[in-house]
Design a protein around this ligand. Structure first.
Ligand SMILES: Cc1cc2nc3c(=O)[nH]c(=O)nc-3n(C[C@H](O)[C@H](O)[C@H](O)COP(=O)(O)OP(=O)(O)OC[C@H]3O[C@@H](n4cnc5c(N)ncnc54)[C@H](O)[C@@H]3O)c2cc1C
Length: 423
């Protein structure tokens, strides 16, 4: 079993050449995932000199190791929860922002002619119980009040058209979702940043920054550079040294295994419409066919160390044989893990904190949001009027009891896992 992301075996382009550290740039961007790269692209095209600095290789955080599932990612609280918190108008605006994000993302891929195995095949979310089915159905009726939102309820009697499993009690299909190969998107963004004059500096962890008269000194293990402005784009990999940001992010582990190629009849039965899949469990599961349609990619939240791959693979197998008993004897070709960034209000955040720009906290749904918010953040820095988003005004809070150490998280995950097993 390979212990790196399946996507790395399916990159179409050689990695771009990486730059030396310059003495000065207009904007230093810390983190070369989707957020940092899309911010850099828009800033470089807007005439700013930029350096995107990453502790590892570009995309080596979440961006090239995710499930590649995309969609509007409607807020977890739904229309009712958001309305109770923010009022009707703002709630609808936050949900509509998800639709604007996916529309932006699709047209970005099209106008930039980025080839990343995009398949807009929709997403099926299975209900774990009759009660969950009623809740899902009510939620969809609510969400249909947002203009442009498209979803259909699937009764139990028709669910085999969506998923070859008897576990669910019906579900919902979301039509604006799809899948892609995220590593191909990372490669394309790197190339475009480099072509636009942006510098990508890899394997250079940023240790911190000092405020100076006309900007900042950005400190790295191999010396400093100066920048007028800084963007923090470190998301779930935000180090303790960036304390203000780290206190606002809960890093949660997520892991994926990919099966060996499956028999054609079997995979056609398990995922007949090549949908993205998920269900209503507390501990998120997400699964899909690989872009060639031959394997299943199986993801779930994970507990314990991220490098214990046999343990992680065994836990994934256990989760998925509940959905698909046929997978019990099927070997995995790949297994890997990463860290997603949750926030205390379940929403992504972008703005400026103590003079430092940021976009982060995508709560496990960051492929679309990071490219969208990264581009919008650059637009705001360039003074463009059309760059506001509904997420801008949401307070990015750090509760007094949380100092960036997710103590007790493992116990919380175990508790959710136990509750899931009881359904
Ligand atoms: C297993 C898994 C599955 C996922 N599946 C999906 C999915 O199917 N759909 C979806 O929408 N989202 C998914 N996500 C989430 C999604 O991948 C992320 O939200 C998104 O990639 C975030 O991009 P980013 O650029 O903000 O962060 P990242 O890609 O994580 O980039 C942050 C970068 O910051 C760098 N960094 C950290 N500290 C420093 C430092 N001190 N100096 C320099 N660089 C530093 C890191 O090396 C890293 O490269 C998944 C995530 C994981 C882990």
């Amino acid at each position: 079993m390979k212990t790196y992301a399946y996507w790395n075996d399916h990159r179409s382009m050689p990695p771009p050449a990486y730059a030396e550290k310059p003495a000065f740039v207009d904007v230093a961007i810390i983190g070369a995932g989707f957020t940092g790269l899309s911010t850099a692209l828009a800033l470089a095209r807007g005439g700013r000199s930029v350096a995107v600095i990453d502790a590892g290789e570009p995309g080596s955080g979440c961006s090239s190791r995710n499930g590649g599932m995309i969609g509007p990612s409607m807020h977890k609280l739904g229309l009712r929860g958001l309305t109770a918190k923010y009022g009707d108008k703002r709630a609808k605006d936050i949900l509509a922002e998800g639709l604007r994000a996916i529309d932006f993302f699709r047209s970005f891929l099209a106008t930039e002619t980025i080839e990343c195995d995009l398949q807009m095949s929709g997403r099926f979310r299975g209900a774990m119980s009759d009660k969950d089915f009623r809740v899902l159905t009510a939620e969809v009726e609510d969400l249909k009040k947002i203009p442009g939102f498209k979803a259909d309820v699937v009764p139990y009697s028709e669910q085999h058209q969506e998923v070859g499993s008897d576990l669910y009690r019906g579900g919902v299909v979301y039509h604006q979702d799809g899948g892609l190969n995220p590593a191909k998107l990372v490669d394309a963004l790197c190339r475009k940043v480099a072509d636009s004059g942006g510098l990508i500096i890899s394997n250079t962890p940023v240790q911190g920054w000092n405020r100076e008269k006309d900007g900042y000194e950005v400190r790295t293990a191999s010396g400093s550079l100066r920048a007028k402005e800084i963007v923090v784009a470190t998301n779930g990999y935000t180090p303790y040294a960036f304390r203000k940001f780290r206190r606002r992010i809960i890093p949660i582990r997520s892991a994926i295994a990919v099966t060996e190629e499956l028999d054609t009849d079997l995979i056609e039965r398990l995922s007949p419409r090549r949908r993205m899949h998920g269900d209503t469990r507390r501990l998120v599961v997400y699964y899909r066919r690989t872009p060639d349609g031959k394997r299943l990619l199986l993801g779930s939240r994970t507990q314990g160390p991220l490098d214990q791959y046999d343990q992680i693979a065994a836990a994934i197998r256990k989760t998925y044989t509940r959905i698909y008993p046929e997978l019990e004897p099927v070997p995995f070709s790949h297994c890997w893990a990463g860290t997603v960034a949750y926030t205390f209000d379940h929403a992504p955040h972008t703005g400026t904190l103590d003079g430092i720009h940021y976009a982060m906290g995508y709560c496990g749904s960051g492929v679309v949001r990071s490219v969208y918010l990264g581009t919008r953040l650059a637009g705001k820095m360039l003074g463009r009027a059309d760059s506001q988003t509904a997420f801008d005004e949401l307070p990015f809070t750090a509760p007094f009891y949380y100092w960036g150490y997710p103590l007790g998280l493992n116990w919380l995950m175990k508790w959710h896992a136990l509750r899931d097993r009881m359904i």
